[in-house]
Design a protein around this ligand. Structure first.
Ligand code: VGL
Ligand code: ZN
Length: 206
């Protein structure tokens, strides 16, 4: 498959805390790194996202007395899964995987930096309403079709892909460049919701 000058590779959260040894490790998460490095060479434009929480973030189970990681609570913006502390601003866990070699990336978009609200999506925070600014950036740059890879398939990749469609971008998830958390069937339901939103699922970009 050929890529176009108006295509973008959007690399979601390839950070140490989501890789083996990290605090919210995704099984085999680091396997996406060489794959994404290779893929990136085929795109004229690459943008990275970075999960970037202040210490004491409201998505951390440790911020809620009596709560446990992976439990879901109700926040004023809706349900929120609670996570182990991860991707704390400036920490080693929040850094990109050391082998991720995409110096060419044109933008790094940080998300989840407000203490009181989480942001899975690269486009909107978890109230599904507060924009990160990425849509405006992509439109001003004339980028039309978004290929997504990264971590995790069922959370940040999923929410970003559905929002990209909602915003009118052609959207493709490259499965070989993603790995999932898969909490209580979340991976299967993520693929269903991506399909229903009109997201294309591509096994690989061969
Ligand atoms: C993510 C859970 C919490 C992700 C980020 O990148 O998928 N998941 N924060
Ligand atoms: Zn997070």
């Amino acid at each position: 498959m050929d890529t176009l000058p108006s295509d973008l590779l959007l690399v979601i959260d390839v950070q140490n805390d989501f890789c083996p040894g990290g605090t919210l490790a995704v099984a085999d998460g680091d396997a996406v790194v060489p794959m994404i490095n290779r893929l990136a060479q085929r795109f004229a434009h690459v943008v990275l996202t970075q999960d970037w929480h202040p210490a004491g973030h409201s998505s951390f189970a440790t911020s809620h007395p009596d709560a446990a990681p992976f439990q879901t609570i109700t926040m004023d913006y809706g349900p929120q899964t609670l996570w182990p502390d991860h991707c704390v601003q400036g920490s080693a866990g929040a850094a990109f995987h050391p082998q991720l070699a995409i110096e060419r990336a044109e933008l790094i978009i940080r998300k989840g930096f407000r203490r009181e609200i989480d942001s899975y999506s690269a486009f909107y925070e978890n109230d599904r309403h507060t924009p990160t600014g990425l849509a405006g950036y992509l439109r001003e740059r004339g980028l039309k079709r978004i290929f997504l890879v990264g971590l995790a398939t069922d959370y940040c990749v999923h929410y970003s892909a559905v929002d990209a469609r909602r915003l009118g971008f052609e959207t493709v998830v490259i499965e070989a460049g993603c790995r999932a958390i898969d909490l209580a069937g979340s991976l299967a339901s993520a693929w269903t919701s991506m399909r229903d939103a009109g997201v294309q699922r591509l096994a690989d970009l061969s």
